[in-house]
Design a binder for this molecule. Sequence first.
Ligand code: NDP
Ligand code: 2IT
Length: 450
Amino acid sequence: MNEYLSKVLEEVKEKNPHEPEFLQAVDEVLSTLEPVVNAHDEYENIALLERMTEPERIITFRVPWVNDAGKTIVNRGYRIQFSALIGPYKGGLRFHPSVNQSIMKFLAFEQIFKNALTGLPIGGAKGGSDFDPKGKSDNEIMRFCQSFMTELYRHIGPDVDVPAGDIGVGAREIGYLFGQYRRIKNGYEGGVLTGKGLEYGGSLVRTEATGYGLIYYVREMLKANGNQSFAGKTVTISGSGNVAIYAGQKVREYGAKVVAMSDSNGCIYDKNGINLDTVKRIKEVERGRIREYLKTHPEAKYYERTGADSPIWEIKTDIALPCATQNEVTLNSAKKLVENGCIAVGEGANMPCEKSATAYFLANNVLVAPAKAANAGGVATSAIEMSQNSMRYYLSFEEVDKMLENIMINIFKSCEASAQKYGYGNNYVAGANIAAFSKLAKAMKAQGIV
Ligand code: NDP
Ligand code: 2IT
């Protein structure tokens, strides 16, 4: 690594000693930028990398709410407004007990690069809470969301910061959050949140967008490498939430078979191909566990998770799509996948592979579709939702889907072009980082020292 890059990485480590996920995300980006930074001596004097790795603003706040038993609970809320360099802060909200400042910062940092890749005017942010939605009643979810928004509203706005969903935050939560914002602000500001219901300003395709976009990207990647396609392939998808379900739907449309899906407790394997309608019912309607799949599909198998490695990566597959959470693919799991003949990994989740796992895939000629690029379809469609809100107009499903597909094709092309230009071959992890960084660096230089 060149001197300036390693100096900045050391400083970031010193400043953020208790934030392993954030350091991992920064390290992953900086370790691919050498050829670009070498060509720009001027970056050091204007502290370009130091500014890019320090959030513009971190907001944490108290979220008190009353549960159904009448007891008051206090959670912690976050909004990391990392960069508004190229557009209003934009990024999802995650409700999960594991949420902490390190996880929020890694997600917000990655979001800056992802959003730059979409080609749309959106900056990078992330937020959420250590609130655990599992087992909570609808009323508890509503009261929590109302309390969360009662503080968050003062920090956001259609031209300032536009949150959306992520793990544990879907259409139901966005509805409650929007309702409370509207009530406090005494007016309809549709563009303040995305992922809204279709009745009150949401966009068609936003629900499907991350999963569909992932498959459009992987399709392009397969095509560019030996003219391969999904047809006839076996696919395993971790998670069984928003991203996993709609990735599965598109995979099936393209003639491949999804044989395994999972949740945090374990995974199901159905050699005939997973019935996605059953998964949708269990996860979206009943909010149950993936093992319940066996009740209606006794021919399937269930493997309980017992340790750090998810059992899903032991299953033989051509293509693996991690769509659950960060670091869910360990080096052990990567070795298992390679041993079983996996040819491509498409990252639907954010930073799903440990750094050593990604390195192992690349060293073994497994194609990697990196999260920043491959799962950008969700936020890109959020930006299309914002445009529709500004126009006070709705586009059709076909129109939005076509826009999404074109955006994903363009993202793949820019990752490919940057990787080739800087000698990284078909390493799209490096390609994505460089393509995004180059655009952000230009914008940063243009705006002066801010
Ligand atoms: P959902 O809440 O809809 O689903 C999350 C899924 O991942 C569930 O099956 C959940 O299982 C599993 N999961 C969550 N945390 C863990 C964990 N710690 N260990 C194992 N499994 C876990 O979320 P999404 O589908 O929206 O998000 C999935 C991933 O995709 C996340 O990494 C998110 O950041 C990323 N992403 C989402 C986008 C979006 O538009 N929604 C856009 C881009 C990226 P369980 O029910 O057991 O918790
Ligand atoms: O990680 C992500 O890109 C998201 N959770 C979607 C963010 C958004 O603003 O739509």
